[in-house]
Design a protein around this ligand. Structure first.
Ligand SMILES: Nc1ncnc2c1ncn2[C@@H]1O[C@H](COP(=O)(O)OP(=O)(O)OP(=O)(O)O)[C@@H](O)[C@H]1O
Ligand SMILES: [Mg+2]
Length: 408
């Protein structure tokens, strides 16, 4: 089977060139290359073609697997052109005794804020690729008007797993990615992030009105068939908890109506062909909510393995090199080290040290891992800039300290 090379082209915000002209120019440039680097942003200025140089911000190539580079020849090149929306999310708030409580955030996709987020999340065993395939299938099915009574497809995704494993980030990144990939069907995406936790944390009396207002706004967005509306409900288990608290009488009785209203509204949304409901949860046992029960995709997101940890650390080190905090050095791909049989040479030494640190870090969440370089610098380095081996030793100490804190 011929592999599809997905090429996402970020057009400069002030460029008015036709998308087709940009696609043609980029395709011609890519065909000149023997190989391309995958899953890493290539700047437009890297290319020699004038159109690409002046109109393209960056290009991202990827295959539906985790290779780090590929030959261009022999692949089926699929191009997507998009421009990043610069505006930040608009926050919807509710008044309470302590001031304003954020209950929803609305942002237009593809947004500058989430640029590169997808590429910076690392999982093993094709988690991201599977999610994309699933969501693309959902889109194809609604495109072709497949009858949901015949083939079950509810447009609901649930990511569940322990805290700090990137579930919320992955939902946002998925919404951004799918907006770019489905650019020929939708003119833009809308990400509506419902903060159910603060919506039901207290003060139910205003929640009812707010829920209705929120959903009438979402339905207005859905009226536009050219908009892909992604509704993100973080910590969806708080809805189930709120309902249980009502039933047990620990919450005012009218609040159950609010929770149920929200669930009914969500159930209704699923009928729109251009909606995608993304949910996350920290509890791994079954959540007592009908609409999550029927999620098309239930994906467990766990702690990263040493392989994914290596990629997270490598990305952190690259950032430290880019900013001049750590001296330039080469950190090899794990696949390269494997090919050499993990043999230690002066060239692979530092990468192998990083391998060791990655193994040592198994059991820490992505959130903690991304904090380790900061802690290493703050606690164990007393110079502003340093070398890779020095920095790795400081990371080793920071990991030890972190593990001690977490597991004792
Ligand atoms: N697998 C991963 N690869 C790269 N970065 C990760 C990974 N997992 C988590 N992170 C980073 O950790 C931070 C926290 O992620 P996020 O808030 O999405 O996690 P979460 O699973 O939603 O957590 P919670 O359950 O506490 O809400 C983000 O900055 C994210 O980039
Ligand atoms: Mg979260």
């Amino acid at each position: 089977m011929v592999e599809i090379l997905h090429v996402e082209i970020c057009q400069k915000i002030d460029s008015t060139l036709l998308q087709q002209d940009i696609k043609d120019a980029v395709k011609a440039e890519l065909c000149l290359l023997e190989e391309v680097i995958l899953n890493s942003l290539l700047l437009g200025t890297f290319f020699s073609n004038e159109i690409v140089k002046t109109h393209v911000e960056s290009i991202l190539c990827s295959l539906n697997n985790e290779k780090s580079r590929t030959k261009v020849k022999g692949t089926n090149i699929q191009l997507y052109v998009y421009r990043l929306v610069q505006e930040e999310a608009a926050i919807e708030t509710m008044q309470d005794d302590n001031g304003e409580l954020p209950v929803a955030a609305n942002c237009i996709l593809p947004s500058k804020e989430f640029h590169g987020l997808w590429e910076n999340l690392y999982y093993d065993s094709g988690v991201k690729e599977n999610l994309l395939d699933f969501v693309e299938t959902i889109a194809v099915f609604s495109d072709r008007l497949v009858d949901p009574n015949v083939i079950n497809c509810n447009r609901v995704v649930l990511l569940h797993g322990p805290p700090g494993t990137g579930k919320t980030s992955l939902c946002k990144a998925l919404a951004q990615k799918i907006t770019i990939r489905l650019g020929d069907r939708y003119s833009h995406g809308e990400l509506v992030e419902i903060n159910s936790h603060s919506l039901f944390s207290k003060w139910f009396s205003e929640s009812g009105k707010l829920v209705m207002k929120l959903f009438s706004e979402i339905k207005i967005l859905l009226q536009n068939p050219k908009a892909l509306v992604c509704v993100l409900i973080d910590e969806v288990e708080s809805l189930a908890h709120a309902r249980k608290a009502c039933i047990n009488g620990t919450e005012p009785s009218d609040s159950i109506r609010v929770v149920n209203a929200l669930l009914t509204q969500l159930d209704q949304l699923k009928r729109y062909p251009n909606v995608l409901i993304l949910t996350t949860s920290n509890v791994t046992e079954a959540i007592d909510l009908a609409f999550v029960d029927r999620a098309d995709i239930k994906q467990f997101i766990g702690f990263p393995t040493d392989l994914a940890i290596y990629k997270i650390y490598a990305s952190c080190l690259k950032e430290l090199m880019r900013t001049g905090i750590v001296d330039q050095d080469t950190i090899h791909d794990m696949s390269y080290l494997k090919m050499l049989g993990y043999e230690e040479t002066s060239e692979t030494k530092h990468s192998l040290m990083l391998c060791e640190l990655s193994r040592q870090s198994v059991g820490l969440s992505g959130r903690v891992l991304r904090k380790i370089p900061f802690l290493a610098h703050a606690l164990y380095l007393h110079t502003r800039t340093t070398t890779v081996p020095r920095f790795l030793r400081a990371m080793h100490l920071a990991i030890e300290k972190q593990k001690e804190e977490e597991f004792n």
